[in-house]
Design a protein around this ligand. Structure first.
Ligand SMILES: C[S@@+](CC[C@H](N)C(=O)[O-])C[C@H]1O[C@@H](n2cnc3c(N)ncnc32)[C@H](O)[C@@H]1O
Length: 276
């Protein structure tokens, strides 16, 4: 039986509501229309009574089969928005999260305050932090990742968005050349002990991008140590809820003088800032 776009939208929202909260399902159904079918809200409002083609219905059915088993929409469609840009994502890259924009804002604020020229994004993934810093400042940006596949995606994103960045491959700060003034990172920080309690969507994301030993703190701790040894003036890290107090102590032990955390919209620790 033929179906209109408005009907399809309602059907889709109710299908998604079988495994998402109703509000999330409604918002996600709009994203499917906008990003997947190229039907934005305005088009839906003005032309919602048009009949959906058989090809489109089949396509939505295929997407829904993948989404039902937990695959995130960003992987299905192949991109995620961050800071108003479209970033290509693959299964080798973490999907950019809205809260990481707070890390970007903190890095921009600290970098401008210190008047830095050289910044690096460690564990760049799809490239969001390094690319946005390169687009929004005159700084020289180096971005690293241990995953060559992730770096390949980041390079494509940088090229598409016109960001000039030096990409280097390797472990943490090792491949990054001196001088290093400001180091920004959203490292893996999930405690492997929490793996069984996580949303099923996370099982589609690269393990290497999510988990870190030592209750999720291993890489953040190592970044703080290495950045101090290498003479960086500041580090801005995304951290997990509840990791603030322990990381503040570890940052002081590594020699950082001023260390503070900032909280996200939910009031949970989200950013650690360490200054010389
Ligand atoms: C949480 S993801 C962050 C990706 C991106 N910066 C973002 O905010 O969406 C962490 C990234 O760190 C990389 N990574 C993990 N261990 C690393 C290591 N030892 N050295 C460098 N990068 C590493 C992963 O491959 C992954 O791309």
């Amino acid at each position: 039986m033929p179906i209109t776009f408005s009907e399809l939208r309602l059907d889709l929202a109710s299908a998604l509501a079988h495994f998402l909260e109703p509000e999330e399902a409604s918002a996600e159904s709009l994203r499917w229309f906008e990003d997947g079918l190229d039907w934005n809200r305005a088009k839906l409002a003005s032309r919602g009574d048009e009949t959906v083609t058989a090809v489109m219905r089949r396509q939505v059915g295929q997407w829904l089969r993948r989404r039902r088993v937990g695959e995130p929409w960003a992987y299905i469609i192949g991109f995620e928005r961050f800071r108003g840009h479209r970033f290509e994502v693959t299964k080798e890259t973490l999907i950019p999260r809205p809260e990481t924009e707070m890390v970007l804002d903190a890095a921009l604020e600290i970098g401008h305050r210190l008047g830095v020229n050289q910044v690096c994004d460690v564990g760049t993934g799809s490239g969001i932090l390094g690319i946005c810093m390169a687009l929004e400042t005159p700084w020289e940006v180096t971005a690293s990742d241990i995953s060559q596949s992730a770096l390949n995606v980041a390079k494509v994103n940088a090229e598409k968005l016109g960001a000039k960045i030096k990409f280097v491959h390797g472990d943490l700060l090792l491949p990054i050349p001196d001088p290093m003034e400001l180091l920004v990172s959203n490292p893996p920080y999930v405690d492997p002990a929490d793996a069984s309690t996580l949303q099923r969507e996370l099982s589609f994301e690269p393990t290497q991008a999510l988990f870190a030993e030592d209750k999720g703190l291993a890489l953040s701790t190592e970044i703080l140590k290495q950045a101090q040894t290498r003479g960086a003036r500041a580090v801005v890290l995304e951290i997990g809820a509840g990791q603030g107090p322990e990381l503040i102590e570890r940052a002081h032990s590594s020699g950082w003088k001023q260390v503070a955390t900032r909280q996200d919209w939910a009031g949970l620790d989200r950013i650690l800032i360490a200054l010389e």
